[in-house]
Design a binder for this molecule. Structure first.
Ligand SMILES: CC(C)(COP(=O)(O)OP(=O)(O)OC[C@H]1O[C@@H](n2cnc3c(N)ncnc32)[C@H](O)[C@@H]1OP(=O)(O)O)[C@@H](O)C(=O)NCCC(=O)NCCS
Length: 133
């Protein structure tokens, strides 16, 4: 069973075992900008956001599921829980080559908002999406 809750400092070491983003997640946890998904008591994924991080709109800047737990609906559950935390227009983005993320965002009804070239190496466009929560 998957349970979604706010991240706590004691989650940090488990998060770092599968995190694919550089640095650590201390700021997100301390500032209460992160949710984790627990499967049978094991943290299997997380979502984090920057309040006002996209020209004043909230921006989901991290969403990662442990490779051992993918394709079990965990990212969908994390996105669904955003509804109870954030309000208004929320943005998210991913590289154009990330078919998993693009499939997820289509399935969960994010609207395409355009792309920016020059943010990523090798000129891979970054595609932005939004949802009104
Ligand atoms: C993208 C990611 C978060 C998806 O997590 P997940 O828990 O496996 O996703 P879900 O199981 O909720 O998948 C929901 C839907 O997304 C799509 N999807 C997920 N992974 C996919 C893949 N590898 N290929 C194609 N579509 C995929 C499918 O439509 C899927 O529904 P289905 O399994 O019924 O076909 C995960 O692959 C990940 O952590 N990737 C690395 C970090 C990253 O790219 N983050 C995205 C930031 S926007």
């Amino acid at each position: 069973m998957t349970a979604i809750r706010a991240a706590e400092p004691y989650d940090l070491s488990r998060l770092m075992a599968f995190d694919s983003f550089p640095g650590d997640r201390i700021a997100e946890i301390v500032e209460r900008r992160m949710l984790v998904a627990e499967v049978d008591g094991v943290i299997a994924g997380y979502i984090a956001w920057q309040t006002g991080g996209c020209i004043g709109m909230d921006y989901v800047n991290k969403l990662v599921v442990d490779p051992d737990y993918r394709r079990h609906g965990i990212a969908q559950s994390l996105i669904a829980e955003l509804n109870s935390i954030l309000n208004g227009r929320v943005f998210i983005s991913t590289g154009a080559d990330n078919s998993a993320a693009i499939g997820l965002l289509r399935l969960t009804n994010w609207q395409p908002a355009g792309q920016i070239v020059g943010l990523r190496p090798a000129d891979e466009p970054e595609i932005f999406y939004y949802r009104d929560l």
